[in-house]
Design a protein around this ligand. Structure first.
Ligand code: DX5
Ligand code: ZN
Length: 222
């Protein structure tokens, strides 16, 4: 049995009722909470920071929180997210001047580091750091907004990165983010991903539990 994790992105949650909505999605079977941080600089949108992460912890959210930093610079905010209760912290290499230093900083703060590759970013950036990270996050849309269409070239990239991961450390999570829904999640799993971010497909559905169960059913056959 593969170790699949479904990670609803709170970008599509109800921000006026965030604690309740996140707790509902956890109750419905979410494994990780994907926490999208945008700064209106590295990406055009502006979202949430460590205060909101801490507020979710204080509300009683105990799930793994997977913080996706779409900000530049990266380093300054890492200790704040660690204190706020983050587990994974992933960042875009283009946004950090010293990728290796940022990875070490995340670890020194007790969190699990991950590298995020944009749709056009070459996988070669992983070559000298894959052995130091716990997650690779492949963007299947351009970062910045929920509800975009899955970019088809991601399938090939998943296969390529899965091979790299297996050669170094098969425990490294391979997460895919953007435009994942019931129609494509099976193929994403077949290509080798084991962690699935889905924002609008889950939070815009009428029944979180049903949608997450359907996703789990599909990937279990992949
Ligand atoms: C995009 C974010 C995603 C996004 C996913 O920049 O990183 O996590 O919220 O949303 P959907 O699943 O709607 O594409
Ligand atoms: Zn994300």
């Amino acid at each position: 049995m593969k170790d699949y994790k479904i990670a609803p992105s709170i970008l599509s949650a109800d921000f006026a009722n965030l604690g309740k909505d996140v707790s509902d999605v956890v109750e419905a079977g979410a494994d990780f909470i994907h926490f999208d941080v945008m700064d209106n600089h590295y990406v055009p949108n502006l979202t949430i920071g460590p205060l909101v992460c801490e507020a979710l912890r204080n509300y009683g959210i105990k799930s793994i929180i997977d913080v996706h930093l779409m900000i530049s610079p990266v380093d300054e905010i890492i200790p704040d997210f660690a204190r706020a209760g983050a587990n994974y912290i992933t960042f875009h290499p283009e946004a950090s001047k010293h990728v290796d230093r940022t990875i070490k900083l995340i670890k020194d703060n007790g969190c699990m580091p991950g590298i995020v590759l944009n749709p056009a970013t070459n996988v070669s950036v992983l070559e000298y750091c894959l052995d130091q990270i716990d997650m690779v996050l492949l963007m299947s849309v351009n970062p910045g907004f929920a509800g975009q269409k899955f970019i088809e070239s991601t399938y090939e990239k998943i296969i390529e990165v899965k091979e790299m991961i297996d050669a170094v450390n098969p425990k490294i999570r391979l997460e895919v983010d953007g435009g994942i829904n019931l129609d494509n999640i099976g193929k994403v799993a077949e290509c080798g991903a084991n962690t699935f971010v889905a924002g609008s497909a889950i939070f815009n559905s009428d029944n979180y539990k049903k949608t997450i169960s359907q996703m789990r059913e599909i990937i279990s056959k992949a």
